[in-house]
Structure formats: structure tokens, C-alpha cells
Design a protein around this ligand. Sequence first.
Ligand code: SAH
Ligand code: DHB
Ligand code: MG
Length: 218
Amino acid sequence: MSDSWRAVDAYIAGKLLGDDDALAAALANNEANGLPPIDVSAAQGKMLFLLAQIAGARRILEIGTLGGYSTIWLARALPEDGELVTLEIEEAHARVARANLDRAGVSDRVDIRVGPASDSLAAMTGAAPFDFVFIDADKQGNAHYVAEAIRLGRSGTTIVVDNVVREGGVLDPDSGDPRIDGTRALFDMLNADARIDATAVQTVGVKKWDGFILARVR
Ligand code: SAH
Ligand code: DHB
Ligand code: MG
């Protein structure tokens, strides 16, 4: 089945995404530097770009930079004077991301903060709220990251959380996998939180069977 999913993703990319030198170079540079191939797919990247534009985002927060593949998609959605803050724990990943963002011509709009995301977030205030937040780091932190996104957002802020289905793994309360437990804790938090409206969308494609949460701060 996943062969068909892959083929359809290639069809979608061929028809709707076009060739993109900066994005292709970013993936090649990630691989050359030994980064794991866990970036969002091209179709998901384009979706993030579209969602950020539909939201009219001028300030974007990303948690989990890796090599900046999703960062490039999101930064391109910003207006000239827009800003994207992206949080990454690994200096080696941030170094690769800086080169990729430079090549894509979006470095002027992107601020990479290196360190544990919870520390970087704790140092931030909601004075200039974020319009759009993409959460894609350690899954154990998911519930905390959404709480911080609400604190640093405003009414109407869009939140997307990646990898919340994991081939159905999300159903297992006894997986022993802290990433699954972290995502289940996020679903439990959203279930009880009156500050936010949320849904989750399942996806198949080059990243197999997974999904994302889409939420809006009330
Ligand atoms: N958003 C990227 C992929 C991110 S992969 C893309 O689609 O292109 C997840 C990243 O989160 C990894 O680079 C990992 O080092 C980082 N990460 C893991 N735990 C973290 C933490 N506690 N704080 C900040 N970043 C973290
Ligand atoms: C993993 C993390 C991701 O953000 C992703 O998109 C795929 C896999 C992981 O930690 O395995
Ligand atoms: Mg991810």
C-alpha cells in the first residue's frame, strides 16, 4: 500500500509543487551532514506555507528546526517584514539549517535559537504574539509546547502539531514509547481545554501513515 501512497505523493508534487532548487539542496545537504530524513514531506511543506498565508501570519514560531526544510516553507509565507523564530536543541542541526536558510534567501526573516525548546520558550513573553505555531520537536514535550503556544499567541493563533498518528501508534496507552505517551497527553489536554478548538487529520504518503493536529486559539 505504501508504494501507492508514495506514487500519489509524487504525482501531487509533480502537478502542484514544481521543482525547487533551494528545497532540494536543503534535503541533499541534510543527508550529506547525517541528519535523519524526518523533515515534513513536500506536500506537507506546501500545506504549512498555505496555512500560514491563509492565516495572514506575520510572526511564526517553529519548535524543532532540524535542517530547516519546514522552516524554508514557512518563511516563504511571510511578508517582507515578517519574522520566524525556530527552536532547535542540537547545535549541529542548527548549523546545517543556517546554511540551508542562507541558500534559500530567507535568513533575514529567521531567528534560530539553540537549546532545549522549553528553556527558549520560558524566556519569551507574549508581548508580540505569534500568529502561527508549528510544533515538530520531541513528542514528549507536545502538551507543554501547545500550552506555551497559547501563552505566546493570541485569539486566532493557528497551531499545527506534526506526527500525532504514527501508524496508529497513538491508540496504544501501553506502548512504552514516550513519544506516543507525549502525543496522547496532548490529546487529553486538548480534550479538556476550553481555550482552543482542535482537530486531527490523518495522512498517508512518503512519510507513511501519520497525521497532524490543527488547532486555533479561541
Ligand atoms: N521541522 C523539521 C523537522 C524537525 S525534526 C522539518 O520538517 O524540516 C525534530 C527536531 O527537533 C530535531 O532537529 C531535534 O534535534 C529537535 N529537538 C528534539 N528535542 C528538542 C527539544 N527539547 N528542544 C528543541 N528541539 C528539539
Ligand atoms: C520523527 C520525528 C519527526 O518529527 C518526524 O516527522 C518523523 C519521525 C522521529 O523522532 O522519529
Ligand atoms: Mg515531524
